[in-house]
Design a protein around this ligand. Structure first.
Ligand code: IPM
Ligand code: MN
Length: 346
């Protein structure tokens, strides 16, 4: 019989609240014969304050045993900036080789967007997840002086670029429009940019049905606002992808509905699914957070594990729930989770 052995990391702030709803919906959508086992981990600010640990080797060994990881959010004002980002989130993404950071954007009916008119928005950003300026390859000299120099070197390997570009081509090939846009800055970043462009053009030959396009990242921010319909699949580096996916979330319903997957396509390590939003300490503990982004991340998780029908039911339930919100009083985090659970089960 089938089973899912899930690691659950609620984390900090609203992470706790939204993950509870994600699990509620997951239990409701799974057929009887699928055994769901979960183990909760207490990573985050509280554990760091108590023990000084963010993520140990033993933690990684334990996490490795699971089929997938569901993460809420990590981060708290009591912990200096960078400690949990580098010590937990990026450490995990790097250790488990999450080189495909998948961030879909779809503007659903009835959902507000700051954009004019009724734009069609339905694209996926494939953000490289283990290289670029995120590798921590840099340094500072003459620190604290007027002559301080800091470097933050962007690392791009042919191996790393090719595998993420190929993954993006395969995703584009599987979508109706079959279009892939490379977003970079090859007019200025002539070393990394040329590597990306050359690899992109080479891999394109293996996917003759996919229409290709190239846009500089600055221009891409314009098109994401003025003509988001032009995008189907976007592939880009780690930092450009970080920035444009926040913009993408802002135009397609906001951070309350932005889902993501940190994927290790080979399955050598468990993939991790998380809402794009953070721990939002300002509204934590009040039942105000929208769990939709987490619930949609659960759909990405199910799709990744091969439960396509269940994933589609969740997508549909969230779409219907969002469409029916207009004019109704705001609901709490758990009320939204309950409503979604009823829909996916029905
Ligand atoms: C994200 C976040 C992270 C990133 C931070 C918290 C390290 O902004 O998931 O987009 O930059 O990748
Ligand atoms: Mn980000």
């Amino acid at each position: 019989s089938r089973s899912i052995n899930l690691a659950v990391i609620p984390g900090d702030g609203i992470g706790q609240e939204v993950v509870a709803e994600g699990l509620k919906v997951l239990s409701a959508v799974l057929p009887q014969d699928v055994k769901l086992e979960t183990r909760e981990y207490d990573f985050g600010a509280k554990r760091y304050r108590a023990t000084g640990e963010t993520l140990t080797d033993a933690d990684l060994d334990s996490l490795k045993q699971h089929d997938a990881i569901l993460l809420g959010a990590i981060g708290d004002p009591s912990v200096p900036s960078g400690v949990l980002e580098r010590g937990f989130l990026l450490k995990l993404r790097f250790a488990f080789d999450h080189h495909v950071n998948l961030r879909p954007s779809k503007l659903l009916p009835g959902v507000a967007t700051p954009l004019a008119g009724e734009p069609e928005i339905d694209f996926v950003v494939v953000r490289e997840g283990t290289e670029g300026p995120y590798t921590g390859n840099g340094g500072t000299i003459r620190k604290g002086t007027e002559h301080e120099v800091a470097t933050e070197v962007s690392v791009n390997t042919a191996f790393g670029v090719e595998r993420v570009v190929r993954d993006a081509f395969a995703r584009a090939q599987a979508r109706p429009r079959k279009k892939l846009t490379l977003v970079h800055k090859n007019n200025v970043l002539t070393f990394a940019g040329h590597l990306w462009t050359n690899v992109f053009n080479k891999v394109a030959e293996e996917f003759p049905e996919v229409t290709t396009d190239y846009i500089h990242v600055d221009a891409a921010t314009i098109y994401l606002v003025t003509d988001p319909a032009r995008f189907d699949v976007i592939v880009t580096d780690n930092l450009f992808g970080d920035i444009i996916t926040d913009l993408a979330a802002a135009v397609s319903g906001g951070i309350g509905v932005a889902a993501s997957g940190n994927i290790n396509p080979s399955g050598e390590y468990p993939s991790m699914f998380e809402p794009v939003h953070g721990s939002a300490p300002d509204i934590a503990g009040q039942g105000k957070a929208d769990p939709s982004a987490t619930v949609l991340s659960v759909a990405l998780l199910l799709r990744h594990l091969g439960y396509e029908a269940e994933a589609a039911r969740i997508d549909e339930a969230v779409a219907t729930d969002l469409a029916e919100r207009t004019g109704k009083p705001a609901r709490s985090t758990s009320e939204i989770g309950d409503a979604l659970s009823v829909r996916v089960a029905g």
